[in-house]
Design a protein around this ligand. Structure first.
Ligand code: AMP
Length: 238
């Protein structure tokens, strides 16, 4: 199964449905980023990935990037204050008014409480809905350790399930594919421990509030997108 949004045919845009604030929750490798990109195309709302914002700051060598680099490389969480501030800045931008998909945030109970309070005073009237994508441990390990990305066009491959035509090279750009430093097996194990200890309680927090759905992420990418879309419609209809 491919884990790549770049290689999946996008569904037509649907601007009649207002998704509001959506949290995509799940362990590393469940496909949050891929699904967020596809939903972004379908509903024309932005994907806000705290991991992407951190990686971009690390690549640019900003103060935030320098503070985050060692933690990200080791599979540990960056401090709540830094990440909350990053999200507050992003949510202040005007493209978030009809909704947005938060991908990889909140990851701790403190972050969840912070976003709940932050949105209680926000312009957007719709409450948060949360979608938890689940995938088995062994499948996650394959997805993470096999993931390779083109540094140019950002296409995602998997050496086990979706290899490039020529080993190590992007089919589109011919560029040398790269592996994220935190996509190795030892760091994956650390990220899973962090997920179980810090993010599992966030999932229970939203499950107990009711505006929550669980989706089986071990299906073809487009089936997962369809299931998430149906879940969002049903959550917003109630
Ligand atoms: P991701 O791309 O979502 O897997 O995130 C990559 C890494 O960025 C994580 O392993 C953390 O080190 C850091 N990170 C991303 N989102 C958060 C967050 N909400 N809180 C703390 N650290 C985060």
């Amino acid at each position: 199964m491919t884990n790549s949004a770049a290689q999946t045919q996008p569904a037509p845009a649907d601007t009649t449905f207002l998704p509001g604030p959506v949290l995509l929750l799940g362990a590393p490798g469940v496909g949050k980023g891929t699904q967020a990109q596809l939903l972004m195309g379908r509903f024309r709302i932005p994907q806000i990935s705290t991991g992407d914002i951190l990686r971009s700051n690390i690549a640019k060598g900003t103060k935030l990037g320098k503070a985050a680099k060692d933690l990200v490389d080791a599979g540990q969480l960056v401090s709540d204050d830094l990440v909350n501030e990053m999200v507050a800045d992003r949510l202040a931008e005007s493209d978030t008014e009809s909704g947005y998909i938060l991908d990889g945030f909140p990851r701790t109970l403190n972050q969840a409480i912070w976003i709940d309070n932050h949105l209680a005073g926000a312009k957007i009237a719709l409450p948060i809905v949360a979608v938890h994508i689940t995938v088995s441990y062994d499948e996650l390990l394959h997805r993470i350790t096999g993931r390779r990305t083109c540094p140019g066009c950002k296409s995602i491959y998997n050496v086990f399930s979706n290899p490039p035509k020529l080993e190590g090279k992007c089919d589109i750009e011919g560029a040398e594919l790269v592996q994220r430093p935190d996509d190795t097996e030892p760091v994956f194990i650390e990220r899973m421990k962090t997920f179980e200890a810090q993010t599992a309680p966030v999932i229970e927090h939203y499950r107990s509030q009711g505006r929550f759905r669980e989706i089986d992420g071990d299906q073809p990418v487009e089936s997962v997108t369809g299931a998430i879309t149906a879940a969002l419609r049903s959550l917003r209809a109630t």
